[in-house]
Design a protein around this ligand. Structure first.
Ligand code: GAR
Length: 192
């Protein structure tokens, strides 16, 4: 199963997946490359570090979505790389047609909350402000509804009395780093 990791930022979840692959914990999945929509994003540094292709691809001039012709260019590039599964690992752009149609049923997203609670931007900040005692992360199939597809897995953490936003976020990120590679490994071993 050839996997593309799409991201926009730090890339800690992409790195968790690459580490899992290096340790033999990614099942039959193989990371075929990293695709980033921000030319300066840290995630691009993981390419040379883990010897995988990593590229910035222009998403167009919108902030949170692709321009239609650039979304087609992304779809073409991912098709040319013979990708089986698109993994949104901190990818901060909404996926629509044509990318969604080209890879229908083959795109998963990591979100830093226990969906359906706190969808959209800043799931961690939303949960922290709401004062929830249990938080976590979700990996789900991507469909046309934002953070709305069927769940593939969740990982839970407890908020302790002394938690600051920073320590709370740290626990959620650790939960994400365990969940995402496990879901990819599981999918790679599940017959389509
Ligand atoms: C992660 O917490 C991920 O769940 C979140 O962005 C962060 C990326 O961190 N994604 C979203 O909020 C998507 N709606 P990373 O770049 O270190 O992997």
């Amino acid at each position: 199963m050839r996997v593309a990791l799409l991201g926009s930022g730090r890339g800690s979840n992409a790195e968790a997946v690459l580490r899992a692959q290096a340790d033999g914990r990614l099942g039959r999945a193989k990371v075929a490359g990293l695709w980033c929509d921000i030319p300066t994003c840290k995630m691009l540094e993981l390419g040379p570090k883990y010897a995988v292709p990593a590229r910035f691809l222009d998403p167009g001039s919108f902030k949170t979505k692709f321009s239609p012709e650039r979304e087609q260019a992304w779809a073409d590039d991912l098709l040319a790389a013979q990708i089986d599964l698109l993994v949104l690992a901190g990818f901060m752009r909404v996926i629509k047609a044509p990318l969604l149609d080209t890879f229908a049923g083959r795109i998963i997203n990591l979100h830093p909350s226990l969906l359906p609670a706190f969808p959209g931007l800043d799931g961690i900040g939303q949960a922290y402000k709401a004062g929830v005692l249990e938080a976590g992360c979700t990996v789900h199939w991507v469909n046309a509804e934002i953070d709305g597809g069927a769940h593939l897995g969740q990982n839970r953490i407890r908020r302790e009395a002394g938690d600051t936003l920073e320590t709370f976020a740290g626990k959620i990120h650790a939960a994400e780093h365990a969940l995402l590679p496990a879901v990819i490994a599981h999918l790679s071993e599940t017959p389509a």
